[in-house]
Structure formats: C-alpha cells, structure tokens
Design a protein around this ligand. Structure first.
Ligand code: GDP
Length: 363
C-alpha cells in the first residue's frame, strides 16, 4: 500500500512526512522546493487490536500492516509544463494507490504562501489542474502508440484507444478521472497508465496549533468542498505532530493528552487511507506471530487467504474465524471453540473487519 503526499510548496508536506515517519531525513525549510528528491518512508499502520490479541497469544513477534509514504516536492502552477521541478515530481506519484494532499489551513505571516493568501479550495484547484494537465499530456503521448498498434488489428490496443479517448473527453471538461465511470477492464487500463487524477484522494488540513480539531473557517471551507466530492478531510497540525514525534513514548502520550489528542496523526491518517481505499484488516494469531493483513472491504475468505499466499486462495478449503471480543472473553482459542464461538466459514464467506482467522487449505 502506497500513498503519495502532494501539495503546494510551504504547506507543511515535509513537516508532516517527518512526523509520520519519525525521520528527520526530509529537510524542512521555509522556501519552495526544499524537497528535491522524493522521500520515501515505510511506516507501520497503528492498530491497537494487535496488542490486545498479542496479550493473549504471547507471540514471538507482532507484524502490523505496512504503509509506504512518498513525499513529493511542491507542485506549483505550471508543474505539468515543467515549472518548478515539474513533471519529474509528477512521475513519482504514478505508482501510488492514493494521494494525500496537504492543504494549508494555518495562518502564519512568517511563512510565505505561493499564492500570497491562505485559501484551501483555491490550493486544491491549482493542484488538481496540474494533475489533470499531466494526465492529458500522458494520454496525448500514449494515444499515438495505441493507435498504431490498433491499426494492425490488435483488439487490446483498440480497447486502449477507446479508453484513452473516453478519458481525454472527460479531462477536456476539466473533470478529474476519479469522477469518470469505468468498468473493470477500463479501470485496469487507466491504472496501467498511472493516471494521477484517477487515484483516490484525501485531504490533510494542516491546521493551526490552536485549532487541532479543525473548527476554524479555513478547514470548514475545505470540508464543504470535500463533502461534494466525497473525499475525507483529516485535520492535523504538522508542526505539533513533528514535535510529538521527537519525544520518547512516555512523553509522547503525556503531550498528546495535554493538547487533547487521543492518538498521533499517523493512526488517524492510516484509518482515513483505509477508508478512502475501501480497505479493512483481518488478523492471524499464532505463537510465532500475530499479524495484520489488509484486504478490500467485501473480500471473501479465499481472497483474504490469497493475500497471505496465492496458493492459499487456490487451495482454500475453509476458514476458522473468531472475534476479538470472543478472545477477550475466553482468552484461548480452545476455550473459544468449546464455547461454540469459533465459526467455520466456507468459500462464500465475506470477511468482516477485525476477524481473527485460521485458514485451512489444500497444498
Ligand atoms: P513543504 O514545502 O510543503 O514541504 O513545507 P514544509 O514542511 O517545509 O513547511 C514549510 C514551513 O511551514 C516550515 O517552516 C514549517 O515549520 C512550517 N509549518 C509546517 N506546518 C506548520 C503548522 O502546522 N503551523 C505553522 N505555524 N507552521 C507550519
């Protein structure tokens, strides 16, 4: 799972990236383009259920789900034309599953805003326009090749040409591709071209230290805008989070409490990414390891098994499932079984978030 952090320069992307990855590798400074190369970091997805399961199972190790974050340098007006560091950056987000756009919602006269004014919706508009222009260019480049191949009678290439033309017509209306209805096959083609505006997006409102829950007018503007497009908004104070991230565990908890936050930004953001991408978790709980696995909401038993190993999906026989509540009540798998709370589910079973699973399969 990969997410790319985008935004105008000086909105707090590097500060957020550093806070999330606890790394000080990305330089943060008050001038545009300080992040020359994209920074990448892998973070564990926080999930309190893992520790609870582990407290009963006592495994050798706990393996949370992993999330790769890519910090893309600032996109400015004209980026798709090569302004700033332009296209080079945009190519770094072709691979990601989701886009996190950091939107400045904090006022600070000492920190320059590229448009001279803090205006969340306008900022989103600038970025979205650049991403749409980059997609248009990409499609203009791709269509020639697809047409040449299609002329030789290649059916796949004909389909590609049709999909490209459909996307071009949509982008001409200044609409991002995530709003275009595509069937499965078309979506796969669009994905293959790494279309930026086809990727799900969520907004991080980089809020003021005295507006941590994002009640201020700037965040409200952003929320109203996002509601119309169905995107999530997560208020985060990047500056405060980066200070919290530098503390050791005990001080961190104390600091979070003192500012009235229940958990660090990474936990909130990870949940929002799961929501945006339509994902959920299930767990395996053995003495060797307690582990979280990421699956799409609606995945069946065999599909969930396939995330562990493709052979598991092919050879799936059944899955034994119990809930975290059953574990907390009965403490041991044998006791859960004895209490009749260990369910045996077959190929049609639709996985539920938080299922604790043991798969049986043919080798
Ligand atoms: P980037 O260009 O988007 O990566 O922005 P940076 O992370 O480098 O941040 C630009 C400047 O804004 C730095 O001086 C940060 O300390 C400052 N900054 C980042 N987040 C906040 C915030 O939440 N509040 C305030 N007041 N300043 C912030």
């Amino acid at each position: 799972m990969e997410a790319g952090i985008v935004g105008l320069p000086n909105v707090g992307k590097s500060t957020l990236f550093n806070a999330l990855t606890c790394s000080q590798s990305a330089q943060s400074a008050n001038y545009p383009f300080c992040t020359i190369e994209p920074n990448e970091g892998i973070v564990s997805v926080p999930d309190g259920r893992l520790e609870i399961i582990a407290s009963f199972v006592n495994p050798e190790r706990i393996l949370p789900a992993a999330l790769k974050l890519v910090d893309i340098a600032g996109i400015v007006k004209g980026a798709s034309e090569g302004e700033g560091l332009g296209n080079k950056f945009l190519s770094h987000i072709r691979e990601v599953d989701a886009i996190i756009q950091v939107v400045r919602c904090f006022e600070d006269d000492d920190i320059t805003h590229v448009s001279g004014k803090v205006d969340p919706v306008n900022d989103i508009d600038i970025i979205e326009t650049e991403l749409m222009l980059a997609d248009m260019q990409m499609l203009d480049n791709a269509i020639g090749k697809a047409q040449r191949t299609a002329r030789s009678g290649d059916a796949d290439a004909k389909k590609r040409v049709a999909v490209i033309e459909k996307c071009q017509a949509h982008l001409d209306k200044e609409e991002p591709l995530r709003k275009l209805e595509l069937d499965k096959e078309e979506a796969k083609i669009v994905n293959g071209y790494g279309m930026l505006t086809a990727k799900p997006v969520l907004y991080v409102a980089n809020v003021d230290e005295n507006d941590l829950t994002g009640e201020g007018p700037l965040v409200q503007q952003l929320r109203e805008f996002a509601e119309k497009t169905g995107a999530d908004v997560v208020p985060v104070c990047a500056k405060l989070e980066s200070e919290i991230a530098e503390l050791d565990q005990a001080d961190r908890t104390e600091m979070l409490e003192s500012v009235g936050l229940e958990e660090p930004a990474l936990a909130v953001l990870a949940r929002a990414i799961y929501h945006t991408l339509g994902l959920q978790s299930y767990f395996t709980a053995g003495v060797k390891e307690v582990r979280a696995w990421t699956i799409p909401v609606g995945a069946t038993g065999p599909q969930a098994a396939g995330v562990i190993h493709t052979d598991f999906e092919k050879g799936f026989i059944r899955v034994e499932v119990y809930s975290l509540e059953a574990l907390q009540e009965h403490e041991k798998e044998s006791a859960i079984r004895a209490a009749g709370k260990l369910r045996i589910e077959g190929k049609e079973y639709v996985m539920q978030d938080g299922d604790i699973c043991h798969f049986l399969f043919n080798k």
